[in-house]
Write a protein that binds this ligand. Structure first.
Ligand SMILES: Nc1ncnc2c1ncn2[C@@H]1O[C@H](COP(=O)(O)OP(=O)(O)OP(=O)(O)O)[C@@H](O)[C@H]1O
Ligand SMILES: [Mg+2]
Length: 233
């Protein structure tokens, strides 16, 4: 079991409340996408799930355990993999070192896993000795996803993987996410503003506005029209 059950969570930056009672379930093997305009609280939601931010109310359970008070590193060890928004790599470290650092931190050094992620992102193979700060945006994004995958997470959480990335790399990232989801059945939670990309990949979607979920549904039956009014496209 690797489902996440988010039950009526609230979160705030100091005294400024940002999440107002979010409830969302990501079931085993499912790919759920959260969409919404800038500033509606999508990243805050992911930070609350991964433990980078505390809750002011509600609870989160993963694999049937209440993780609301667990540290971010404890959640990572339990199998929650996170690819944050932006180019989340260590710029001074090489591509290889970026991948190895993560391995060591989680206490699971694994050469096989390194080979597996290079199979998923062949573009990284020739960049292993390059400082990550010198990678292009698309390469850095692939490294960030590879870094999350090398720990073999039970659930992969991605925050806007297409942001600022050119179409050909977006297609590669889409194929990789799709393959992982379809072939390995990995549970995934994706935040994305590129609606077509999100709807192609996801089984279900949720739309956020003002720190709340304002719409949910199955992507198979979703009509594009409804998103135009909910999300700035
Ligand atoms: N560290 C912070 N301190 C104070 N306020 C913050 C902080 N981070 C985000 N906020 C505010 O919280 C709200 C939600 O921000 P969040 O980053 O979750 O939005 P988002 O939906 O991910 O937006 P985007 O699509 O631009 O990434 C915004 O009003 C933002 O200004
Ligand atoms: Mg964000």
């Amino acid at each position: 079991m690797s489902d996440i059950i988010i039950n009526d969570i609230h979160a705030a930056y100091g005294r400024t409340a940002v999440l107002f009672g979010i409830s969302l379930e990501v079931r085993e093997g499912e790919l759920v996408c959260v969409m919404g305009r800038n500033g509606v609280g999508k990243t805050t939601l992911l930070n609350a799930i991964t433990g980078l931010m505390g809750l002011t109310g509600g609870s989160i359970s993963f694999d049937g355990k209440d993780i609301s008070k667990a540290s971010a590193s404890a959640r990572a060890r339990m199998g929650i993999g996170y690819v944050p928004q932006g180019h989340a790599v260590f710029p001074q470290l090489t591509t290889r070192e970026n991948l190895q650092v993560v391995n060591e931190r989680l206490g699971k050094p694994d050469k096989e896993a390194l080979n597996e992620v290079i199979d998923l992102f062949p573009a990284l193979a020739s960049l292993m000795n390059r400082p990550a700060g010198l990678l292009s945006g698309g390469q850095a994004k692939q490294l960030a996803i590879a870094r999350a995958l090398i720990t073999r997470p039970k659930i992969l959480i991605l925050d806007e993987p297409t942001e600022g990335i050119q179409p050909s790399i977006i297609h590669q990232i889409e194929d990789t996410i799709n393959d992982l989801h379809k072939a390995t059945g990995m549970t995934m939670l994706l935040v994305e503003q590129y609606v077509e990309f999100a709807l192609r990949l996801a089984d279900r979607y949720a739309v956020m506005d003002g720190g709340r979920i304002v719409d949910t549904g199955d992507t198979a039956t979703a009509e594009m029209d409804r998103f135009a009014s909910l999300i700035a496209i």
